[in-house]
Design a protein around this ligand. Structure first.
Ligand code: C2O
Length: 480
């Protein structure tokens, strides 16, 4: 091949990875800054690899959310990366050689081994598990602490700040100046996922191996979904995909950003969580025996197969503190489409919850075994006011005279004032209300295409409208 041909073939190879939300090859304008034919090969010459054997002297390490590290764990992480960055570039455990491992296996270098591309197929999940294992062991040995575990960037949890603050401290060993995302960035990851229709909980409920893990020729819905989006967002939160930029935005350079390893910790955790829901991995022998070579913490050249990494706790001696799968109680089954808060005066107010046909079928099937909970979130009453509110379903004409014995009556919630009139509350909190909807689901709501929820303010036992001040935000139903 002429130089031009091999360059073209490199670009084609790299371009193959660029489907969907995958990462781009280097755009021409960036070629000058980043060498597309970068030599990412491990330093020196490699001996015949030694097959991996589990180190049973290791304690079980527990990977935690980067948002939940104690001060001591944060310091330990910073110290480990400081030690890694201090190693020289000809040490295979060093900072750049570690980043080059990723480049070498992802057609990011001109000399990647026998055209191995670990992205875009069912090798994506296991290869990154191997890579993180060795990276974590190297960091642990540099600080002499076998209990060291990498954190994971828990981006699927919408209540978290969007970017882990510990990685954003300018000048720290976890910082990368090529990255634009910060904990204050908008749009944040939740908004980005919403824009792209990415529902991680739904993807975790995927039953198809191909759709979740990918198969021999195609990438799965985690790789070409949230995985790619988080890479691009980290580099440039405007998601200008015509301008892919290093580090995180390009596979060749992605692992130069320490947050890469926390991002892939979360990807690995999603895989573990998916297995935890009873989803089996492939048993294809070709897949199981696929192996790659890495330098370990003692600079030994080790080959590790997919079969070696499927029993994470037993063979690799690490686990995660919690599953990414949210408990059924926090899963919304049906929700109103209200966007603005409802202002509740003395008159009853009604909110509609549409029930699609699939949900109607689910209701018909699951009534005997499940509990349906009606949620009214963000209930706000002035701190010096009380409120007593009755809740009815599919009875929009309900009034203070409608008795609690009505089959449509779900319950009453009562809010006690926090402070005397004229004082300000220190911390005024909105309330979230839960009411048991199971009896109505099993009777009057069966087969209905809409559930209406009517709030009727009442006062004492006088059956009259009460002039309460109250707003509420979100009305929805979950199943436990
Ligand atoms: Cu190997 Cu997130 O890419």
């Amino acid at each position: 091949m002429s130089t031009d041909e091999s360059r073209r073939s490199f670009l084609l190879q790299a371009g193959l990875v660029a489907g969907g939300a995958a990462l781009a090859a280097l755009p021409a304008a960036r070629m000058a800054a980043q060498n597309p034919n970068e030599n990412c090969a491990p330093p020196g010459t490699q001996p015949t690899p030694t097959p991996f054997t589990p180190d049973n002297s290791l304690p079980l390490r527990v990977r935690k959310s980067a948002f939940a590290l104690t001060k001591a764990e944060q310091d330990r992480l910073v110290a480990a990366y400081t030690a890694l960055r201090a190693l020289p570039d000809d040490d295979p455990r060093g900072w750049l050689p570690q980043a080059h491992v990723h480049c070498w296996y992802c057609s990011g270098s001109q000399n990647f081994p026998s055209n191995v591309e670990i992205h875009g197929s069912w090798t994506f999940m296991p290869w990154h598990r191997c890579y993180l294992y060795f990276h974590e062991r190297i960091l642990a040995s540099l600080i002499g602490d076998d209990t060291f575990a990498l954190p994971y960037w828990e981006w699927e949890v919408t209540s978290n700040p969007t970017f882990p603050p510990i990685y954003a401290v300018i000048g720290s060993s976890l910082y990368d100046k090529m990255r634009k995302a910060t904990p204050a960035t908008t749009p944040d990851i939740t908004q980005m996922f919403a824009y792209n229709g990415i529902n991680v909980q739904k993807r975790l409920r995927e039953k198809s191996k191909s759709l979740f893990l990918g198969n021999s020729s195609s990438g799965g819905n985690i790789e070409f979904g949230p995985h790619g989006d988080v890479h691009l967002w980290t580099t440039d939160p405007s998601l200008d995909v015509s301008q892919s930029e290093p580090d995180m935005g390009i596979l060749q350079t992605a692992a130069r950003d320490p947050v890469f390893f926390a991002h892939h910790g979360n990807i690995d955790r999603l895989w573990w969580s998916w297995n935890g829901e009873g989803n089996e991995n492939y048993d294809d022998s070709g897949w199981l025996s696929t192996s790659w070579t890495f330098y370990d913490q003692n600079k030994n050249w080790i080959s590790m197969s997919i079969n070696d990494v499927l029993e994470m706790e037993q063979n690799l001696h690490y686990t995660y503190d919690k599953s990414a799968v949210q408990s059924p109680s926090s899963r919304v089954f049906l929700s109103s489409s209200n966007t603005a808060a409802v202002k509740q005066g003395p008159e009853p107010t009604t909110t509609q919850i549409p029930v699609p046909e699939t949900a109607q079928a689910a209701i018909a099937e699951t009534v005997p075994t499940k509990t349906y909970i009606l949620h009214i979130d963000g209930v706000d009453v002035p701190p010096h006011k009380a409120a007593m509110v009755r809740v009815f379903v599919n009875l929009p004409e309900a009034s203070p005279a409608t008795p609690a014995s009505s089959p449509n009556f779900v319950g009453t919630f009562t809010i006690v004032p926090s402070v005397l009139d004229g004082r300000t509350a220190h911390q005024h909190k909105k309330r979230n209300i839960l009411l048991d909807l199971t009896p109505q689901i099993g009777s009057i709501l069966r087969g209905q295409s809409t559930i209406s929820v009517t709030l009727v303010p009442v006062s004492r036992l006088t059956q009259r409208h009460e002039n309460i001040e109250l707003t509420y935000e979100r009305v929805y139903i979950t199943v436990e």
